[in-house]
Design a protein around this ligand. Sequence first.
Ligand code: ADP
Length: 776
Amino acid sequence: MLELKHIKKYYYVGDSVTKALDDVSVSFRQQEFVAILGPSGSGKTTLLNGIGRLDIYDSGDLIINGKSTKDFSEADWDAYRNNSVGFIFQSYNIIGHLSILDNVEMGMTLSGVPNQEKKEKATEALERVGLGPHMNKKPNQLSGGQLQRVAIARAIANDPEILLCDEPTGALDTETSEEIMQLIKELSAERLVVMVTHNPTLADEYADRIINFADGKILNDSNPYQENEAEDNFELKKTKMTFWTALKLSFTNLKTKKARTFLTAFASSIGIISIAIVLALSSGFQKQIDKTQGNTLAQFPVTISQTATKTTAQTYEKMKTSKSNKITAKLSQAEKATHTNKIDSDYLSYIKKLDPQLSKNVTYTYSTGMNLLSKQNGKVKTAQFSNSNSSSNDSTSQMTSAMSSSSGVGGSVYPSSSDNGAGFLKKHYSVLAGSMPKNENDIVLIVNRDNSTNINALKNIGMNVKDGQKLNFNKLVGTQLKIVSNDNYYKSTGSGTYTPNSDLSSMYDNSNNRTVRISGILRVKSKSSENILSSGIAYGDKLTQDIIQDNKNSDIVKAQKSSDSNVLTGQSVDGTTKKSLVSYLGGSTTPASILIYPNTFKNKDKVLKYLDKYNKGKSSSDKVIYTDLAGQVSNLTGGLMDAITYVLVAFAGISLVTSMIMIAIITFTSVLERTKEIGILKALGARKKDITRVFDAETVILGVSSGLLGVIIAWLATFPINAILKSMTDLSNVAQLNPIHAIILIIISTVLTVIGGHVPARMAAKKDAATALRSE
Ligand code: ADP
């Protein structure tokens, strides 16, 4: 059934040639017990390995059941080892980290025998070799004889036609040797057994046929056989290890080396840890920066006022002593730098077209007064939203002060054109009582973080309060004020001048009044947004716009527009003052200033670019100059943070590369360590691919666990890091590990580890079974 034809195998070491097999030709019967006897080094093992294809001979042919194996592919040989041959070695070659049953099942596992059948066959084989009662022990709990029985059970479990034994009793005592030989003898009743030994007594006692071997040649054969030209009736079942088997094999192996596996995973997770922390920190810092940017920009919006200061650098003129007898009239530098912006309808519509993505908030302030009346305890008083200690409630003096300050009525103005200010207010303020404004007639009271607010702001809306007095929220929320239209507020004296109505009560009750209401008390959220709106009353710019709509065609406005004197005092006025008066009375739709609140510094730059574009090609007097206070504060932060992040990522990258190299080294040592196991698997018919798979599976396990470990450690590390940062910088929760980053890092860890381990795994797979088995 098995025929060797002119098999040669030479080993070349240096200049010397060892003819391990020197043209060997021999045939074996379907059923017999052949002992190959010879001195050590005569080539017996080489012959056996050649028959079992653990080793590749140089030339010759092996004929199995009439089929030449000359054209066998790698896969054919793998299948041949798996289906047709069983090996028994001197050193047992049991895989230590697998259970006895798993060891016996391995050959069938490789050829994909179903679990149930596999288990039955393995149990049967173990019972046959007398290990029934020891089946549940681990390999390291067995004696040498018992281990050899496991090896025999493994060899016969798949019921092979050929059993190849290499000094099966070489490591056993005499008594155990007898038992093992007896067992092998029994097995030879069903198949061909070829046993290599240097022990003539054993050979004589048990073998049917003895072949004497020396120097790679057959000396004599006690029972030679000539194979008839048989039919080619040889069939092979291909082997294939599933990735699941590979995973299990790796997993049990790693399980036996828990401490080392953990250390390996930990060492290779260092790269992941550092990258995860850098990511957590930089995204936390970015959030922090965005917040700071938002707050800074809310405090220092880009401002366009009616008068601006040119930012051209102040030059120091060198003065020469003059010899002339004349005087030169000269503007001061400050006056030269003063520029009047023409905020006309052109400019306003240009601002309206500003990309709302860049700046959701634009405030228009007006120098318009409001004819405000309050009623406390039945007493009606004139009121205002101002914080200043203006005890005078006479509108004439208000008007004079209005002309000097830019805002007409005081109080803070927030952008409210699109959403009644909700977006802007929510970002920086929290509601203490009441609610956010719901329409333009809702105003709010802003309090400091200690719930204090300016006393004058309260007095000016009619509250009777003393310094330090505490007020209930509900005393303030819902407080109503009336805004009286010009036509109801001022009455003509007949001689071209106007005077405020003195009957405040009936004015208060006029049904045409606009009622404004304190809808809520708002408190600043954080220290950094403290100066956005000053404490006191705040209202949306929409309210002023509405009042201007109400009043722009009122009698007093018309009168003021056509008169060259102040219609309230009768004093004559110049053009500029007249403009201010018209504006104060609500006759001008031109805002006193425009405040643009971009959301980030980047967007601020875009806003500025947009504003600069307007000035292009315009004469210097037509240019509109803005003030960018935030620009002077900020330029640093953004770029600096980017730079720091890059440096950190670079460092983290280096540690990732380092840990990848470490993984590669560790897999490499693991491969070296498990060379013997590779040999065993190959002897059982595992393909190259299967071997690679086992190691790939191992690196997958390592990669996933080091990724997981890294992410968990990094996540745990964010707590102390945040605590330290909090104590050092007052910033809380800076380091935040994004779950998406965590998942990506685990994937990266796995992929890198597998790549790092794949090369040594491929190298392991290429090893010859015989070479691999010989390693210790
Ligand atoms: P035996 O099994 O009879 O003791 P072997 O088959 O192991 O003999 O070895 C036969 C000869 O081939 C020995 O001289 C041995 O040194 C040599 N040999 C075996 N393997 C190698 C190898 N990988 N490289 C070089 N020489 C080898």
